[in-house]
Design a binder for this molecule. Structure first.
Ligand code: HRO
Length: 307
């Protein structure tokens, strides 16, 4: 029985890791993920300069779901590149973005020129920056950005996408993504701009309470996105499944839908890095119950009803 998996020629001892934004802002938090039974880590999404993010409270969660409007708090791209160059490992993920396309290019030029030799996750789907739309909902802009990015980045790079809800949108997005040598696509980021209400008041302060929804509440949407892209993307583009993973069974379903790696956000926030020990054990138990020995025995083999 093994949970090993592969993305962009990198081998991982497990298929479970953190989702960007959760337990990954400082080197102390990232070290704790490395010390856990997670396969690897992805950093908090880094921008060209450090950011404090939005006013608090900006996250509320439980095991049923979460809402956040963090506003991209991070220590800046230089911090993460320094830390990653000390680690000098090719199996770590660095998440990056910018508040404009120019900033995205600036950050990625730095990453391309640095000694970093891991995987780049380009976040095109942050829902929480005041006045900034989610890039990946503007298909023309996403296309333009990917043309420029692949003109100078030759390190393994994938994109973090927001959830889509219409089958035509999956067709349109996949048609764009298939034009590029992407190493992976990560579906999904939080569902943008939900509202949580406690008593008579919004649960978080920024943006009058509007924020990204995560956790169990979004599992169905996440699975649909993973499978829709699995059906449409070139085989060379791996899929990372993110959304609503709090048990081994949840991870099993993401893999059945086509995910090669599964990320954990809200449940990691609630339980801490020891969650990976439980999830690895539960996923193995789920696989045993179906007679599967490895991820590739069932990845993407979701069954449909006849007729
Ligand atoms: O920092 C955030 O507010 C944030 C980001 Cl960048 C993201 O990609 N997804 C999310 O739910 N929150």
């Amino acid at each position: 029985m093994t949970l090993t998996t592969q993305i962009a020629n990198q081998h991982f001892k497990s298929c479970l890791m953190n989702a960007a934004g959760v337990h990954c802002q400082t080197r102390e938090e990232l070290n704790e993920i490395l010390d856990s039974q997670a396969a690897t880590f992805v950093t908090k999404t880094a921008t060209s300069q450090a950011r404090k993010g939005n006013p608090e409270p900006r996250y509320v969660g439980n095991l049923h779901g979460s809402i956040n409007s963090m506003g991209l708090p991070n220590l800046g791209i230089d911090y993460y590149l320094d830390y990653l160059s000390e680690l000098d490992r090719s199996d770590l993920f660095l998440s990056v973005t910018g508040l404009s396309k120019e900033e995205i290019y600036q950050v990625l030029h730095k990453v391309q020129d640095a000694s970093f030799n891991g995987l780049i996750e380009l976040n095109l789907s942050c829902p929480n920056v005041v006045g900034k739309p989610q890039t990946a909902y503007d298909f023309e802009l996403m296309h333009e950005i990917l043309i420029e990015v692949f003109s100078f980045v030759n390190k393994p790079l994938g994109v973090k996408l927001p959830p889509y809800f219409d089958l035509v949108h999956f067709d349109q997005v996949a048609a764009i993504l298939n034009q590029f040598p992407l190493s992976f696509v990560n579906s999904v980021n939080s569902i943008g701009n939900g509202l949580w209400i406690q008593d008579q008041t919004v649960a978080i302060k920024p943006k009058q309470g509007f924020g990204g929804i995560g956790g169990a509440a979004i599992k169905a949407t996440a699975l649909a996105n993973v499978h829709a892209f699995y059906q449409r993307l070139n085989d060379s583009i791996a899929i990372i499944g993110t959304g609503g993973v709090a048990s081994g069974r949840d991870a099993f379903e993401h893999i059945l839908c086509g995910a090669s790696m599964v990320q954990v956000g809200t449940a990691l926030m609630e339980e801490g890095p020891q969650i990976f020990e439980r999830l690895n054990q539960e996923l193995k138990a789920e696989m045993t119950s179906y007679g599967y020995q490895k991820i590739e025995d069932y990845r993407g083999k979701l069954q449909y009803m006849e007729g």
